[in-house]
Ligand binder design. Structure first.
Ligand code: PLP
Length: 229
């Protein structure tokens, strides 16, 4: 039972150390606990240890946990692939969406966001390693997409998200994070309010923080290995 709390404690120390190494302010990186495939009881345990932001990939599974944990003040982030026919439930139940990669998704989320909720916070997912058949918009279409999405009501475009291609080569890894950070910088010339870089997972968190991540998405290092779905 102590495990999840211990793991969270260790990760917070690692984040602090990585912030310091990169000469970044303490607290400039937010930890998103990625809880896909984990039972609601594991999230409850993490919450009891102070974790309030959780990331889910699969809508049906997420909705069940949102329902069974509705007594907690959790900030839910949707981070998985999103089909346009599933946007309504996402607009109604989440605070953030990291995986917007086309205008139509943003338009639907904006239309479907209930008026009594604050604007949905979104990131544009970028296919930063330009992998065939992977989610994410092309790096060269980011600026045009941002211009189209930024004026939509009921959603706030906060920045960029990426899942770089898996590689054993640290230099390639770093280049991918660096490229996403550079893209955000170029966006900020036109949209200085955009402040979010969602990048870095259990295996590469430190490097992502060194390159400017503001949200790291950590699953395995908190909850242990995932059960197959
Ligand atoms: C599963 C997942 C993570 C977490 O990965 P770990 O290696 O378990 O930390 C982060 N981001 C996304 C989009 C994921 O699907």
């Amino acid at each position: 039972m102590q495990n999840i709390a211990d793991n969270l404690g260790k990760i917070h120390l690692q984040i602090r150390a990585a912030e310091a190494n990169a000469h970044r302010a303490a607290g400039s990186v937010t930890l998103l606990a990625v809880s896909k495939t984990q039972p609601a009881s594991a999230l409850r345990e993490a919450y009891a240890a102070g974790q309030t932001a959780f990331g889910e990939n699969y809508l049906q599974e997420a909705l069940e946990k949102i329902e069974s944990l509705s007594d907690l003040k959790i900030l839910w982030h949707f981070i998985g692939p999103l089909q346009s026919n599933k946007t309504r439930k996402v607009a109604e139940n989440f605070a953030w969406v990291h995986s917007v990669d086309r205008l139509k998704l943003a338009e639907r989320l904006s239309e479907q966001r209930p008026g009594h909720l604050p604007p949905l916070q979104i990131c544009l997912q970028v296919n930063i390693s330009q992998e065939q058949g992977k989610s994410g918009c092309a790096p060269e279409s980011v600026i045009e997409l941002a211009r189209a999405i930024q004026p939509l009501p009921n959603i706030t475009l906060r920045g960029l998200m990426a899942i770089p291609q898996a590689t054993d080569n640290p230099q390639e890894q770093q280049q991918a994070f660096h490229a996403l950070a550079e893209l955000l910088k170029s966006l900020q010339n036109e949209f200085p309010e955009m402040d979010t870089l969602s990048m870095g997972m259990s295996g590469d968190m430190e490097m992502a923080i060194a390159e400017g991540a503001t949200i790291v998405r950590i699953g395995t290092a908190i909850f242990g290995a995932r059960q197959p779905r």
